[in-house]
Write a protein of this length. Sequence first.
Length: 371
Amino acid sequence: MLLPPRYFRKLVESCPDIIIAVDKAGTITFYNDGARQNLGFTQEEMLGKSVLQIYPSREEAQKVMAVMRDGGGGNKGKVCNFETTFKTKKGERIPVAISASVIYDERGSEIGSIGFAKDIREIRRKDQLATLCEIAIGLSHEINNSLEVLVNELNLLQKYVGRVATDEDYIVESERLDSVEQQLRKIQEITRRTVEMAEGGEYGTKEYLDGRMMADLAVKGMAKAEASGKEKGSCSLEGLRLVVVDDDLGVCHSLRDFLRGEKCEVEIAPSGKGAMELLEKKEFDLILSDVVMPDMDGYELYSAVKKKIPNLPVILMTAFYYDKDHVIKRSRLEGLQGVIFKKPVDPARLKKIILQECGRNLAELKGSVSI
């Protein structure tokens, strides 16, 4: 059953998008409530007026009409989602997407046109946010890999200063190193917060300079994080045979140096396949592997190791706080619980987890490790 014309008119009048019709001279003959809400002009102000009033320039209006007449793809006289700019009553310029048609009489002559226009500011904002989310996650990955090296090197430097510095120098230098450690943890928390906001799509803002706004990256829970960073492992890793797997050689070398400083025997592999080749040649007590690698990700390496050596512990680490390939989830479902953590690695926590996975001092390390 066909609806009466008044239903269609009511629908068009109440549509939240901008709907405007003009005659062949460009005079506005229809102006709906959505246009009033978006542009600020009332019907009384616009009916019978030139459509040029809603464009920032005559050239912009002519461009839209030229595209509409040309059409394209066999749609002469029509345009779909063509992006242009409208001007509000307050003079503000807003981006819109127009879908419109030229109206012809029975002889094929133009008698006017009608168009639907949508304010696309919110759509553009969401597109920009999506792009910024990808940038934030990528930056977090790169920053966390560098932080991994810095944290491990700082730990080695702290031990070195403790061995060689005089009592007087140690007081000064340890304060400096503590300050560096505190700032590293702050950067780590900021990268975590950045990705958290990217995943959630929501964030707070605060005023910066000259009235400009910036994302509020206020770091919460730093006291707790710093307290956690002060934990000291009291058990020895001496004699453990470990494989460090990461496609970032800086991370491999840094972790190798730290673990050798704990008197471990350490081999490094720049890929999952390289790690499997090492397992063919030697026996190891544990594998410490990155999650995101080009040839074999952490989950694939974990699965391969479980098939070959079921009792060999595997610890996964990642610089990503966003697990788009569900590597962490899949690994946990396969039984890898409680040993996956984020880079930069806290040396004391890493030591504790290695000891737990290798079965050392179980009484002291009773209970699960909070990751």
